[in-house]
Structure formats: structure tokens, C-alpha cells
Ligand binder design. Structure first.
Ligand SMILES: Cc1cc2nc3c(=O)[nH]c(=O)nc-3n(C[C@H](O)[C@H](O)[C@H](O)COP(=O)(O)OP(=O)(O)OC[C@H]3O[C@@H](n4cnc5c(N)ncnc54)[C@H](O)[C@@H]3O)c2cc1C
Length: 1008
């Protein structure tokens, strides 16, 4: 055993002795809290329900509502808790007012365990007590998620007030341990950076710094005057780089450069931790003044993992708990070895991590008063006491704030206390031995992982997609989104924007039968942010070219339809790979041609890649003839034939994804295609053609035919040689196609199949108990993301009366904070609408809207030129009004007030459309109702109603929203084929094989 390990064990054992001398459960509050935590650790389902109940409780105002929620969350529990809860519910029903109060009191008690005070005055009581115990403090302001600049201002004001109160109330206080006190001011404030600016965007740290620095400077100035210390807390990974950069920028300014009382957090659970710390130390040396680093493991482990998995990003956190522990120690060493420039604050409750820092500091001969241990209020009390007794400097992190905003903090602490992998549970609840708890974490890191997560991972893979819980189709893995948090991604995007700009004005031909075809007329494609800028030109097809394309597609059909499906699948996969290679360039073209913000453009390219890969996968599932029934003496195989020539007519709002999705579905099933992009996004269409050509699509199989819908579109829709039409676009055009395709014309041999996806008037309902932090952020995104020009966009917000005022106050403030501008700049939420026609139409709708409803908000800060329409919100909207019934396709939101949930659902369902619908609620019963009753093809609960992901959210509506097909779903390809069954009697003179194979090769595959 190394001498360091021996010293760690000696010190760790000493801490445990001291801890055990004053035995105290971590769940120091007896009664309700203790029992809830015990149940939570015994039963994962109870824990989930319990924490969800806690989360909603603070927002419930009436006793009967509390009882109702209690019942809904726990009614179906079948474990040991059930009788207790049921008795509670029973009693509560009899006396809802009393029991609601009692419950709230109990949960408030839980929250009070972790929240040091509701306001500065209350927190002072706690701080005085701690002072007597020799414990210092840092105070953190709890708050709701900051969704608007108004809320960000309020947070800044609260910081000032708190600093003033703390400074005034602690006048005359001295350092708890004495000596070296100049490094450790008594007043210490922890600041959440994201609470000071509501529009932080990971892709644009410069913008974040430009907005945050002016807000922080006065706070820092005041802290400096008062002799206080300011710490920048660290939040999610998305904000990490901006927070670090902000810290370095501000504290390099002459005013603050020689001020040593600034600190920042490094999270050891991040793989970046070591590099970030080394960069900080190098910066600190060049600055020449001490600063502090609080080293923690990190509070958002589950969130980071889930978020990354959802978006296909590499996971920034270590996946095994001992890896985080080991990294904590590695970073501890770097900190202590650089003690000359950086003061260490070790934020941990883990005795091994603490003992390591103590032992190493001693080995490095560092005075034990030159660093400190920081622990959270309400947690690990005995450890704090032990550390004080050992003569160490201890600071408590004291959150201050009201119960409601404190709930998410409370739930985080509850999760931490009950985590299977957490130190506190292991020591205080499972009484693990000191020897085990003090082991070197590096010995515990396993190749395959040893934690609950790794176990679950292994179990999942044992099933290999073969169980009922995990059907085989659930094996599709989506392409990843670009993570703009990385500087490298930001630079690639900026380079691509510059590069694409240099080829503005380029001309693109038609492609017919594999040949480039130029025509007399060129159509120009404009940049809607700067309409005098021409992005490029495409040749315009007329009737003659449409006929040529049709002939080419017909001629190519014979061969293509007989090409093995595997080859067709591989074509799609090559297309996906090329899209991936060119994704920044293609995204940049979308920024210019259709005004998409960076992340939206990237999402569109990702979706196109997904369509290629998903449809290839689906085709492999349906491509081989499949035995219909196992019956002796006869074999019957069902398989699919392509329909013929498909006409694809696509919209401009997802210029790559929707075009590519319809084209690939048609091609992979063996149809040949005439591809007509929307006029405003014809350049993206031309680039998709280029991609297909590079991927090796045979001549005539895909023909590129830009032109006017009213001319070539109408001509081809009516043509007797078109077998199918895949259309996405407006209701007006869609219905015309539907009707026209229904007519049988002379020379027509097939009944035309139409895949028709149209618009929506999508409702989002906000229940009276909804989590408003989530509701506001997601509604703003659903209504105004890409200027409201998504068919899935929220255009009607239906708010229950009880919550109405609070929702509107926060919603309008959030809308007022949105950045409207040219989307070349990252972090812009609202860019231009697509063209002048749309611009005039939307403005007209707004003018008419003013006559029927109240214009509650319209942004005023937007560029003077370009087709910019600021976010616009109407209130007092009634269900029958035009604002409620007609699709607007712009950044205009109509808000309707509903009496109750019945009323809200009736309003939501009262339109011609049925595309998407959203519901925000924390009532399990109401959520169940919404799931059952909302009339929409895609119903989203507690999330935005846009952003369907291929394979995960098969997308499409019914009623006047479409024909009920689901793009990106398992049955979509079936629209592009005709089924066929081939039956053969295989009995010869009474003899037949015992069994027939379930699948066979494609018919005719052995003829070539
Ligand atoms: C005073 C103080 C201030 C803090 N400030 C911040 C802050 O600004 N920002 C922030 O993010 N956190 C902050 N934290 C940290 C956080 O809130 C947790 O308290 C801390 O991570 C718990 O670690 P521990 O060493 O006490 O316990 P341990 O039980 O030893 O470690 C638990 C931690 O290990 C990590 N972990 C859990 N499971 C896994 C796994 N499977 N694989 C890898 N790692 C895993 C997680 O980070 C988890 O929190 C702060 C903590 C303290 C004490």
C-alpha cells in the first residue's frame, strides 16, 4: 500500500470515528422525511412518484387539489407503502383542507431541511448558528428558471440586496479558523450565471459574454467594495465554456485583475475537467492574481447523459461513478500542486474524496488553513462537525429562497441522497464499512462498468432487441445533431457560411435522365434576411421538360424496380454519408436561402440523414418476400412491388429533410422519381440532386425539376403516367392534388396514390398545475422557433383560467426577450419569414387580428430590412375567430382562456386540423385524459410540440392535416408499394417439404 493510501485511510478512519461519535442519520429530520426516504430507497417506482409529487406540490394552492394529486400519484402502488398512502388519501378525502395543509407542511419541512431560509433575514439566523459552530458560508439564491430578461434583472437585483444584507449583518465577524483570513472573506455569494441572461446559447458564447458582463460588473464592484467573495457556480455542460470564458474575460479587466476574491467551479464528473483546470491555471498565472476553484463532482449527471443520448452527442460525463471519484482526486492533485496561484475549495460529502485532499495537502506540505471544504446545507452534518473538530476550514453552501422555486433544488438533493451510487446512502443508510468506503476509486473502475447504469446497459444488450419490451424495430439509432457547444463546431459553421457566400449567384441546371438541362428562364433564390442578395439561380422547367422528365423516369423504372432492394438501401446510405460530410455547407445554404437559425438548419440536415438510414433499415425489413402461413404442401409469399413513377412535391420549411424523406421513401421501394423542390428553396433541392448523383443514382431514376407548382406541378399531378404523388405543403394545394389525383384520365392504368401532408392549427394546453419553467420555454420554442413556420408549430395556447395571469406574465416577458435577427448570427431564435408574399400575408393577418382580439404583445426590436416579423401574441381570442381557425405560418400566437380541462380539450379539438397537440400538466389523471382525447396525429406531453425525430416520433396528421401517413414511421414505405402474393402448390405426388422458410429471396433474383 502506498504511503498516500495509508494516510488517506488513517484520515478517513479518523473522520468516521468522529462522525460515529455523534450518530445522526443523514435524514436527520425524523418522521415524515425519514420514512419517505426509506421507502424511496426500497422502491424505485415509489421514489419516482414521490419526487414527482414533491415537485408539483408547491404549485397546488387548494387542499382538494393536493389530495387529488396524492391519490393520482400513489393510488396504484402495490407495495408496503400502499396501506399508508391509502389511509392518508382516505382521511384526506374526508378533510381535504386539513390534510392538504398537513402534507404541504411536511413537504415544506423537507424543503426547509435543504433551504437555509426563505429570505435574507431568515438565512441570517442559520448563518449565526453556523458561526457558533465554526462554519463559514456561501449563499446561493434559489429561483425559477430564468426565461426572460425581466426575470434576469430581478435576479441581479436580488444579488445586490443579498450582498448588502450579508455585509451589514456580518460586520465584525472574523474568520472562523483565524489566520490567512485575507484569502477567505466572510461574505461569500455563489452566483448562477444562467440566471442573469435568459438567451444564453451554447453556439454563441460571445453573445452570452456581451450580455452577462455588463450585468455582472456592478455586482462584482459592489462585492469588491464590501470585501465579499463571488463564486461562479457551474451548471449544465451547454453553459460551461461560456461561463469559463466569462470568468476569464471579467477578471482580466483592469478593474478586477488584482482582485483575489473570485472563484469558479470545476466539475470532476466531466471528461474536460482536467483540461479546463489547466487552462484556468495558465490564465491565472498570466493574470498574476490568486483565484479560487471549487472542485465538485457535479450536479447534473443524469441530465447530461439523457440529453446527450437524445441528441446523439458524445456524453461529456464519466459513466462510472468511480471514474468521477478518481478524476476528482486527479484534479485535486493539480489544484494543490498549483497552490501558489489557486486556492482550493473541495465541495464533497464523500469522506474518501475529503481524506484524499487532506492527505495530499499534507504530503505537499500545504498549510491546512489555505484551502477549505465546502458542504451543502442540510447534508452530511456529522462530516462537517468532524472536519471542524479536526481543525479544517469548512464552508456551508446555503440556498436561500421560497418553497416553489426551491422545489427543483429539493428534488436534486433528494435524488442525491437516495442515489444508488452516492456516498451518503452507502455510508449512512447502508452502513457500508469504512474500509470499503475508503478504497482507491481507481481500483473500482471496471472495463465494463459496475454501477446501476452499466448493469442496465448490459441487461438491455442481452435482450438484443428480441423481447416484448424492446421490439425489433426499436434498433434504429438516429444520426447525431451537431453540438454547437464545441468551438470547433462553431468555427466549422462560420467557415461554411463564409464559403457559401463566395458562391452566391451560382446557377444550377435541371437533371433529366442523368443529363444536365438548361432552359431559357432562370429562377432566382433570395436571402429573406437581405432580399437584395441572390443566393443562386436554378433553371426553370416548363411543360416540355416535365414531359421529358416523365419519359426518363418511365424508361428507368423497369431496371430500377428490379434492382435488388439491398442495392437501393445502400444508395440511401451513401446519400446519408455525403450529407454528413457536407452538413455544415448544407446548413449554411439553409441559413441563407430559407432563414433557418443554425441549430434548426442542422436539425434539418440531420433529419434528412435519418430518413435515408431509417428507410434503408425499414426496406430491409419488408424487402424479402415473407411467408404468410406455415401450411404443408403450399407456399404463399407476400411481397411488394413499387408503384411506378412518383412525383415528389416538397415545401421550403424543411427544405432538405422533407424533400429527401419523400424521395428516399419512393426510391428505396423501387419507384423512379421526379423531384420538384419548393420555389424558395430550389438551391437546397439542387444540392440534394448533386448528393444523389455523387452517391451513384442511375440516370432517370431521380430527376430534378424545379419550376412553378402552378405550371409543372399541376401538369404532372394530372398526368396519366404519374402513378403516385408525395406532397407536403399547404392545405389549399394539397386538397387540389387530392381531388385531381382522384380523377381517372384517358390512358391512365393505375389508381393514383397520394401521400398528402398539410398544415395544422396546433393547440397547446396549459393545465393549472403545469411546471411553468418548462411550459414557457417549450411554448416559446414551439410557437416562435423558425418563426412559427413549421407545420407542427403551436399557434393556439389554451390556458386554464386558474393559471392564466401567471402564465401570461411570464410568457410575454419571455417573448419580449427573444432575439430577432439575421440567423447568420448564432443564437437567433427568430429570423425572417420566407418571402415577401408570406411577409405581407402575415402582417395582414396581424392587422385583421387586432380587430377581433387583443394584441397583447408584439416585439419592437428587429432589423429594418428583410422579411422580419417580431413575435406577436394575441389574447382574448375566442374559438370561432379566424385567429383560432386559420393557419398563419408565422410567429403569431393566439391565446385562449379555458374554464377547466373539459373546456380546454373541447377548444383544442375544435378545428379542421389534427396535426400536433401539446399538454403541460403534472396531474397523472389529466395527462391520461389528454393522451386519450386530444385529436392530433402527434400528441406531446410536457415538451415542445415541434421537433419530431425520425423513427422516434413518426410524424403526420389527419383531418385537414393530411391523409394519415406517418413520415419516419414503420409503415410509411407501404404507401409507396403495392402488395402482391405468390402462391405455389409444392406437393408432388403427396410429398412436400416439412417446413417452408419464413423468408425467400426476391422473385426473379436468380434469373440475372
Ligand atoms: C458546496 C458545494 C457546492 C456545489 N456546487 C456545484 C456547482 O456549482 N455545480 C455542480 O454541478 N455541482 C455542484 N456541487 C456538486 C453536487 O451538487 C453534488 O453535491 C456532488 O456532486 C456530490 O458529490 P459527493 O462527492 O458529495 O458525493 P459522491 O456520492 O461521492 O458522488 C456523487 C456524484 O458522483 C457523480 N456520479 C454519480 N453517478 C455516476 C456515474 N454512474 N458515473 C460517473 N459519475 C457519477 C455525480 O456527480 C454525483 O453527484 C456542489 C457541491 C457542494 C458540496
Amino acid at each position: 500500500m502506498s504511503s498516500l493510501q495509508a494516510e488517506i485511510e488513517r484520515r478517513g478512519t479518523r473522520i468516521f470515528e468522529l462522525v460515529d461519535r455523534y450518530p445522526e442519520s443523514i435524514f436527520s429530520k425524523a418522521g415524515f422525511y425519514q420514512r419517505m426516504m426509506e421507502f424511496s430507497m426500497r422502491d424505485e417506482h415509489f421514489k419516482v412518484q414521490m419526487f414527482r409529487f414533491v415537485d408539483v406540490l408547491a404549485s397546488l394552492r387548494r387542499g382538494p387539489d393536493i389530495v387529488q394529486h396524492l391519490d393520482e400519484y400513489f393510488a396504484e402502488m402495490r407495495n408496503g407503502v400502499a396501506p399508508l398512502i391509502q389511509t392518508g388519501v382516505h382521511l384526506a378525502r374526508v378533510m381535504p383542507w386539513v390534510s392538504g395543509k398537513i402534507l404541504r407542511w411536511n413537504v415544506s419541512g423537507m424543503a426547509r431541511q435543504f433551504i437555509a431560509g426563505r429570505n435574507p433575514a431568515e438565512v441570517m439566523k442559520t448563518l449565526r448558528k453556523r458561526r457558533k459552530q465554526g462554519i463559514g458560508f456561501t449563499v446561493d439564491l434559489l429561483g425559477e428558471a430564468v426565461v426572460s430578461e425581466q426575470e434576469a434583472e430581478e435576479y441581479a437585483t436580488r444579488c445586490f440586496e443579498l450582498l448588502d444584507v450579508l455585509a451589514a449583518e456580518t460586520r465584525g465577524w472574523t474568520d472562523p479558523v483565524g489566520g490567512i483570513s485575507e484569502l477567505f472573506p466572510v461574505v461569500n455569494l455563489s452566483v448562477k450565471i444562467s440566471a442573469l441572461y435568459s438567451q444564453m446559447d451554447p453556439g454563441n458564447p460571445a453573445d452570452a459574454i456581451a450580455h452577462l458582463a455588463p450585468k455582472l460588473r456592478p455586482i462584482l464592484r459592489r462585492a469588491k467594495e464590501l470585501g465579499a467573495f463571488i463564486n461562479f457556480d457551474m451548471e449544465s455542460y451547454a453553459h460551461k465554456n461560456a461561463t469559463l470564458e466569462l470568468f476569464r474575460t471579467l477578471f482580466m479587466e483592469p478593474e478586477f485583475r488584482d482582485w483575489p476574491h473570485a472563484g469558479i467551479v470545476v466539475q470532476a464528473y466531466l471528461r474536460d475537467a482536467e483540461k479546463d483546470l489547466r487552462d484556468l491555471i495558465a490564465w491565472g498565472r498570466s493574470r498574476g492574481t490568486r483565484f479560487t476553484v471549487r472542485l465538485v463532482k457535479g450536479a447534473y449527471w443524469d441530465y447530461e447523459k439523457i440529453k446527450s443520448k437524445q441528441n446523439g452527442w458524445s456524453i461529456p460525463v464519466w459513466l462510472q461513478k468511480p471514474e468521477s471519484d478518481a478524476n476528482f482526486e486527479k484534479v485535486t492533485r493539480i489544484l494543490l500542486e498549483n497552490e501558489a496561484i489557486v486556492t482550493s475549495a473541495f465541495g464533497s460529502h464523500n469522506v474518501r474524496s475529503i481524506a484524499y485532499a487532506q492527505a495530499l495537502a499534507e504530503q505537499l506540505d500545504i498549510d491546512h488553513h489555505r484551502f477549505e471544504f465546502q458542504l451543502l446545507y442540510g447534508m452530511a452534518g456529522p462530516v462537517k462537525r468532524a472536519l471542524v473538530e479536526m481543525g479544517y476550514r469548512v464552508r456551508e453552501y446555503c440556498p436561500v429562497g421560497e418553497l416553489l422555486p426551491g422545489m427543483s433544488y429539493l428534488v436534486r438533493r433528494l435524488l442525491e441522497n437516495t442515489s444508488n451510487e452516492g456516498f451518503l446512502r452507502a455510508k449512512f443508510s447502508e452502513n457500508m464499512s469504512a474500509e470499503t468506503l475508503l478504497r482507491d476509486p481507481r481500483e473500482l473502475v471496471h472495463a465494463g462498468g459496475n454501477g446501476a447504469v452499466a448493469r442496465a446497459h448490459r441487461q438491455m444488450h442481452q435482450h438484443n432487441g428480441a423481447s416484448l419490451d424492446q421490439p425489433p424495430i426499436d434498433t434504429y439509432e438516429n444520426a447525431s445533431l451537431v453540438n454547437f457547444v464545441y468551438r470547433e463546431s462553431q468555427e466549422k459553421m462560420r467557415d461554411a457560411l463564409r464559403e457559401v457566400q463566395t458562391r452566391f449567384g451560382r446557377k444550377y441546371p435541371l437533371t433529366i435522365g442523368g443529363r444536365r438541362v438548361w432552359t431559357q428562364t432562370l429562377m432566382s433564390s433570395l436571402n429573406p434576411s437581405r432580399p437584395d442578395e441572390i443566393v443562386g439561380y436554378v433553371a426553370e422547367a416548363g411543360i416540355a421538360e416535365a414531359e421529358l422528365a416523365l419519359k426518363a423516369a418511365h424508361d428507368a423504372f423497369e431496371n430500377w424496380s428490379r434492382t435488388p432492394f439491398e442495392e437501393r438501401c445502400q444508395l440511401l446510405e451513401r446519400v446519408s454519408a455525403i450529407l454528413d460530410r457536407r452538413r455544415f455547407e448544407l446548413s449554411a445554404v439553409e441559413v441563407f436561402e430559407v432563414g433557418k437559425p443554425w441549430a434548426e438548419a442542422d436539425g434539418d440536415i440531420r433529419e434528412a440523414m435519418d430518413f435515408c438510414r431509417f428507410y434503408a433499415q425499414q426496406m430491409r425489413l419488408i424487402g424479402r418476400p415473407r411467408l404468410t402461413q406455415q401450411v404443408p404442401g403450399e407456399e404463399s409469399y407476400q411481397h411488394y412491388w413499387p408503384r411506378g413513377v412518383a412525383l415528389v412535391i416538397a415545401p421550403w420549411n424543411f427544405p432538405m429533410a422533407i424533400l429527401c424523406g419523400m424521395v428516399t421513401a419512393a426510391l428505396v421501394t423501387g419507384n423512379t422519381v421526379i423531384m420538384k423542390p419548393a420555389e424558395p428553396s430550389a438551391i437546397v433541392g439542387a444540392l440534394l440532386m448533386e448528393v444523389f448523383e455523387e452517391a451513384g443514382v442511375p440516370p432517370g431514376v431521380l430527376n430534378f425539376l424545379p419550376g412553378h407548382g402552378s405550371v409543372i406541378g399541376a401538369h404532372l399531378v394530372d398526368h396519366h403516367d404519374i402513378e403516385m404523388i408525395a406532397f407536403t405543403g399547404s392545405r389549399e394545394v394539397g386538397l387540389r392534388i387530392w381531388e385531381s389525383a382522384g380523377k381517372t384520365r384517358p390512358g391512365q392504368h393505375e389508381l393514383k396514390r397520394v401521400v398528402c401532408e398539410m398544415g395544422g392549427k396546433n393547440p397547446v394546453i396549459v393545465d393549472s398545475d403545469a411546471d411553468l419553467d418548462e411550459t414557457i420555454v417549450d411554448t416559446i420554442y414551439s410557437a416562435f422557433g423558425y418563426q412559427g413556420q413549421k407545420c407542427s408549430a403551436c399557434s393556439r395556447l389554451i390556458v386554464l383560467a386558474e393559471n392564466y395571469d401567471r402564465v401570461m406574465e411570464r410568457l410575454i416577458a419571455a417573448a419580449a426577450s427573444l432575439r430577432v435577427g439575421n440567423p447568420e448570427e448564432p443564437g437567433i431564435t427568430i429570423g425572417p419569414v420566407i418571402d415577401e408574399k408570406a411577409y405581407r400575408r402575415i402582417l395582414e393577418v396581424i392587422e385583421r387580428g387586432k380587430e377581433e382580439a387583443t394584441l397583447a404583445f408584439q416585439g419592437t426590436d428587429f432589423p429594418a430590412t428583410g422579411y422580419f416579423i417580431p413575435p406577436t401574441i394575441f389574447t382574448d381570442v375566442k374559438p370561432e375567430m379566424t385567429l383560432s381557425q386559420c393557419e398563419i405560418f408565422g410567429p403569431v400566437l393566439s391565446v385562449l382562456k379555458a374554464r377547466d380541462l373539459d373546456d380546454a380539450i373541447a377548444i383544442a379539438n375544435d378545428t379542421d386540423y389534427a396535426l400536433t397537440a401539446g399538454f403541460f400538466s403534472r396531474s397523472p389523471a389529466n395527462i391520461e385524459r389528454a393522451k386519450a382525447e386530444l385529436v392530433a396525429g402527434n400528441v406531446y406531453v410536457n415538451r415542445s410540440c415541434t421537433g419530431a425525430v425520425v423513427g422516434r416520433h413518426p410524424f403526420g396528421g389527419f383531418k385537414m392535416s393530411g391523409g394519415g401517413t406517418k413520415a419516419g414511421g414503420a409503415d410509411y414505405l407501404l404507401n409507396f408499394v403495392v402488395p402482391r402474393v405468390v402462391t405455389e402448390n409444392i406437393m408432388r405426388h403427396g410429398f412436400a417439404p416439412e417446413e417452408t422458410p419464413p423468408y425467400r429471396n426476391e422473385f426473379g433474383s436468380n434469373l440475372s
